[in-house]
Design a protein around this ligand. Structure first.
Ligand SMILES: Nc1ncnc2c1ncn2[C@@H]1O[C@H](COP(=O)(O)OP(=O)(O)OP(=O)(O)O)[C@@H](O)[C@H]1O
Length: 364
C-alpha cells in the first residue's frame, strides 16, 4: 500500500506545477533546482495551498479531490510539517512548544510518547529554555519533535538542513534516520543539497520546472542524461550502506561489509569505534573524485581498498568523465579525459576501483 499517492496541479503566474507522486514507507528525498516547485508541492500536500486540480490520498484516505470537492483542512490531514526555519512559538518554553502539538491528538491515539521522544532527540536539557536560547540545530530538533508529537501519518521537511552548519547537519541526519526506523513514519524531505539528501536516503523524486523528471534510486536516475545534468551541479556523491563487522584497533581500521551487494564486499575505513558498534548499519559517503581506476590490482600500495568491477556506463561532461562501475554495487568514479584515453576505457571493461580508507566519510 502506498503511504502517499497524489496527482496535483497548480498554476502561479507563469509557473505551472503538474506532479504525480506516490511512495511507500521510508525516507524519500525531493530534489530539484531553485524554482522547481518543491515548496509549492509541500504546501499542496500539507494543505497550505489548494490545487487547481487533482487528488491526494494518504494511507488510502482521500484528503483532496477537486472533482469530488474534497479539501480537508491542514489540521485534519495528520501531516507533520517542519518548516525551513523551525517556526517555534517564541514565548513558550521548549516543553510547552512540544506539548502544544499533542493538544489535537485524541486520548489514546498518541503514537509517540513525550518522554520517549525527548530521549530520542536528546531534548532533556532544553525543556525549560525558550527558542531564543537555542542553537539552530537545537531549534530544528525541537521542531522535528513537535511535528512528531502531533502523531502524523507522514512527516514533511522543507530544507531541514539549510540553517545548519556542517557539524549540526551531521547531528540531525542520524536523528532523522533513527526516527524513521523506530516509528516507521514515512518522510518526505526537500533539499537542494544533494550530498545531505543522499546521506538520508537514496530514494529520490527529481523535480524540474514543476514536473517530476524521475523517481527512484539515485544511481539509477543518474544513468539518464537529463537527470545527471540536474544533479551534477549539486555535488554527485556515492552513499553506501555498510555493516560494521570488526574494529582492528592495532591498525586503526574498521572493517565494513556490504551484504546487499551481489557478493559480500568488505572495505576498510579509518576506525569508527567512537560512533559505531560492531553490527551497526552505517552510511558512508565517498566522492567520485576520490576513487581511482586501474587495470589491475596494485600490490604494495598504501590505498587500502581495491575492488574489481565492470564499467557499466561512461558519461562525458565538459572534459570530465564519470564512469559508473559495478563492483557488486554501483560506484560513480570521476576521472579525466586523458585517463580515459590512456587506459582505453570502454563500457564492459574490467577495472579496479581504488580508494583510501580515509576517503570514506561516515554519516551515521
Ligand atoms: N505567489 C506566486 N505567484 C507567482 N509565482 C510564484 C508564486 N509563488 C511562487 N511562484 C513561482 O513558483 C515557482 C516554484 O516556486 P517554489 O518556491 O515552489 O520552488 P522551490 O523549488 O521550492 O524553490 P527554492 O529551492 O528556491 O525554494 C517559482 O518559479 C516561483 O517564482
Amino acid at each position: 500500500m502506498h503511504a502517499l499517492s497524489a496527482h496535483l496541479k497548480r498554476k502561479k503566474g507563469n509557473f505551472s506545477l503538474d506532479i504525480e507522486v506516490d511512495f511507500f514507507r521510508g525516507i524519500t528525498g525531493v530534489f530539484g533546482p531553485s524554482g522547481a516547485g518543491k515548496t509549492t508541492l509541500m504546501h499542496l500536500l500539507v494543505g497550505l495551498e489548494k490545487p487547481d486540480e487533482g487528488f491526494l490520498q494518504i494511507d488510502d484516505i482521500l484528503l483532496v479531490d477537486t472533482v469530488k470537492n474534497i479539501n480537508e483542512p491542514a489540521r485534519n490531514r495528520k501531516i507533520g510539517y517542519v518548516f525551513q526555519e523551525g517556526r517555534l512559538f517564541p514565548h513558550m518554553t521548549v516543553r510547552k512548544n512540544l506539548l502544544f502539538a499533542t493538544k489535537y491528538v485524541p486520548k489514546g491515539k498518541q503514537v509517540i510518547e513525550f518522554a520517549e521522544l525527548v530521549n530520542l532527540l536528546e531534548l532533556n536539557n532544553l525543556l525549560e529554555k525558550r527558542p531564543k536560547q537555542l542553537s539552530g540545530g537545537e531549534k530544528q530538533r525541537v521542531a522535528i519533535g513537535r511535528a512528531l508529537l502531533s502523531s502524523p501519518k507522514l512527516l514533511l521537511m522543507d530544507e531541514p538542513f539549510s540553517s545548519l552548519d556542517v557539524k549540526l547537519r551531521r547531528q540531525i541526519i542520524p536523528y532523522l534516520i533513527k526516527i524513521n526506523r523506530k516509528f516507521n513514519i514515512p518522510m518526505l524531505v526537500v533539499s537542494h543539497d544533494l550530498p545531505d539528501l543522499l546521506s538520508l536516503t537514496r530514494e529520490l523524486f527529481l523535480l524540474k520546472n514543476g514536473r517530476v523528471l524521475g523517481h527512484g534510486n539515485y544511481l539509477d536516475l543518474i544513468e539518464q542524461e537529463n537527470m545527471f545534468d540536474v544533479m551534477r551541479g549539486a555535488g554527485l556523491m556515492n552513499v553506501l550502506q555498510f555493516k560494521v563487522d570488526a574494529h582492528d584497533k592495532e591498525n586503526g581500521l574498521s572493517i565494513l561489509t556490504n551484504k546487499d551487494a551481489s557478493q559480500e564486499i568488505s572495505i576498510e575505513r579509518e576506525m569508527v569505534s567512537d560512533c559505531c558498534q560492531i553490527g551497526d548499519e552505517i552510511n558512508v559517503s565517498l566522492r567520485p573524485e576520490d576513487i581511482s581506476l586501474t587495470l589491475e590490482r596494485i600490490p604494495n600500495i598504501s590505498i587500502r581498498n581495491q575492488l574489481p568491477g565492470t564499467i557499466m556506463k561512461i558519461i562525458e561532461k565538459d572534459n570530465r568523465i564519470y564512469c559508473l562501475v559495478d563492483v557488486g554495487f554501483k560506484l560513480l568514479v570521476s576521472i579525466t579525459h586523458a585517463s580515459l584515453l590512456k587506459m582505453e576505457l570502454t563500457k564492459g571493461k574490467q577495472v579496479w576501483c581504488l580508494f583510501k580508507s580515509m576517503a570514506l566519510q561516515t554519516n551515521i
